[in-house]
Write a protein that binds this ligand. Structure first.
Ligand code: FE
Length: 203
């Protein structure tokens, strides 16, 4: 019985891990301001590049859009591009249920790009098992790729993270991650497309 209670308590803690209030964290990295281009849903620059098999992550990264590129689409254009769940999470700051994301247990080598605009956001090299039920990374792939904002929606301050290129909601960042940053980027699978650098495939 005691074991059952312990398991139930652990599950509850795990399920709410992305809702926890961060005690403190380092100041957010400012995202460089640039001009923003208005695009339509079928603009080819919104897709991640097709990679050659066996390309290294750093080399693959140079084939993605520039870190300074910023884009905007109207809500109607986003609806053409995203399905209902993607629109809810990326454009309306929703959260997928814990342990349901298709990239949670992905251990392949490659780049996690924004599912809305194709910008590179995270690398498989910084993904780790947090046990929270959401894909977790200890740092973004490059400075300026992930923006931050204070989120007070649940009546407490959390740090929301979004794609710097298109503003798409990704998740939150918490100060309880592993070395070397001590940060946990808690990210919805729905917000990400995985591009393998081993076989060039997309998930
Ligand atoms: Fe994006």
């Amino acid at each position: 019985m005691r074991r059952l209670i312990a398991i139930a308590a652990l599950s509850l803690l795990t399920l709410t891990a992305c809702e926890n209030n961060p005690a403190s964290r380092p100041a957010a990295t400012p995202v460089e301001a640039t001009s923003t281009r208005a695009l339509s849903a079928d603009d080819p620059s919104l897709e991640p590049p097709a990679l050659e098999k066996g390309v290294g992550i750093q080399s693959a990264l140079t084939q993605f859009v520039d870190a300074k590129d910023r884009v905007s689409l109207t809500p109607d254009e986003w609806k053409k591009r995203l399905d209902e769940k993607e629109f809810y999470i990326l454009r309306e700051e929703g959260t997928e249920r814990a342990f349901t994301g298709d990239l949670l247990d992905n251990k392949d080598t490659g780049i996690y790009a924004c599912a809305a605009c194709g910008a590179p956001l995270f690398s498989s090299e910084t993904k780790y098992e947090s046990g929270t039920g959401w894909p977790s990374f200890y740092t973004p792939i490059q400075e300026g790729r992930v923006g931050e904002e204070t989120d007070r929606k649940l009546g407490m301050a959390r740090t929301e993270v979004h794609c710097a290129r298109c503003g798409g909601h990704l998740g939150h960042v918490f100060p309880d991650g592993p070395d070397p940053t001590g940060l946990r980027y808690c990210i919805n699978s729905v917000s990400l497309d995985f591009v393998s650098t081993e076989d060039g495939g997309k998930k």
